[in-house]
Design a protein around this ligand. Structure first.
Ligand SMILES: [Ca+2]
Length: 261
């Protein structure tokens, strides 16, 4: 356990890696990130140093750590005389090893800095999902907007099993949607072959399990139902659609960058 609370926080925002050559296919790995170092004066972490060098300041020492993907903390020994350089040690370790071992020991003039990454800074949640940092900032989870699912909100969940929240409606066609169950079969028509219990059927009028099976609103109402914006990931996208043959009246459109595809 840490014997003293980590007490100081230094914000170093948007450190951008500028050294080294970057080939075209590596450009996406050029990063900028926001991090905190939690520092602890007069302490040194023993046993995890990978790189050691002379450094003029704690700030430069920690900046060097940011440029090493493996670096998780630093030990900086301040110069004993003005005009001299200090010593910077870059450490590599698991986070639990810092908190569980006795390898953090008191040493005058040495500052231990623990890098705490802020995982939400890279905006890992897709489709406007909200990133929520967990605990000490070492992990996160995504709160997905309606219609999306998955650990990164990467998957569309346009199956209407939880309603049609997030969809924009015009007109009256979709007032009583989604439809519960195989409503066409209930009135002895061809089966809906829907996915799950709920689906969108503009002709139907069974918006709850308790509503009368087989009831319809017919073809009179007009309207549109538009999904939230989503990101197409991968090479394929599939739809499960059925309906009449009048394209001028009934159709599904895939709109990409305001163009109907
Ligand atoms: Ca469904």
């Amino acid at each position: 356990m840490l014997r003293k609370a980590l007490h100081a926080i230094i914000l170093i925002a948007f450190q951008r890696e500028t050294s080294g050559e970057v080939s075209p296919n590596q450009k996406s790995s050029v990063f900028s990130r926001s991090v905190y170092f939690m520092t602890m004066n007069n302490n040194r972490l023993h046993g995890y140093v990978v790189e050691r060098f002379q450094s003029a300041s704690l700030l430069l020492c920690n900046q060097k750590c940011l440029r090493r993907e493996w670096c998780t903390s630093t030990n900086f020994k301040a110069p004993e005389q003005s005009g001299k350089t200090g010593t910077c040690g870059l450490n590599k370790h698991s986070y639990s090893s810092v908190f569980e071992s006795a390898s953090l020991r008191e040493e005058d003039g040495v500052t231990f800095s623990l890098l705490v990454k802020f995982p939400c800074h890279s905006k890992p949640c897709l489709n406007n999902g909200i990133c929520v940092q967990d605990g000490a900032g070492l992990s996160f989870h995504c709160v997905c907007k309606a219609g999306f699912a998955g650990t990164r909100c990467q998957a569309c969940k346009f199956d209407f099993e939880d309603g049609k929240d997030g969809w924009e409606k015009t007109g009256t066609t979709f007032n009583n949607q989604p439809t519960y169950g195989d409503n066409p079969t209930a009135r002895k028509r061809e089966p809906a072959k829907q996915q799950g219990d709920w689906w969108i059927g503009g002709y139907e009028d069974r918006p709850s399990e308790a509503a009368t099976p087989g009831r319809i609103q017919g073809d009179g109402p007009r309207g549109t139902l538009t999904s939230p914006f989503f990101k197409i990931i991968g090479a394929n996208i599939t739809f499960l659609i059925g309906g009449g043959c009048r394209m001028d009246f009934i159709r599904a459109e895939l709109v990409i960058n305001d163009q109907v595809e």
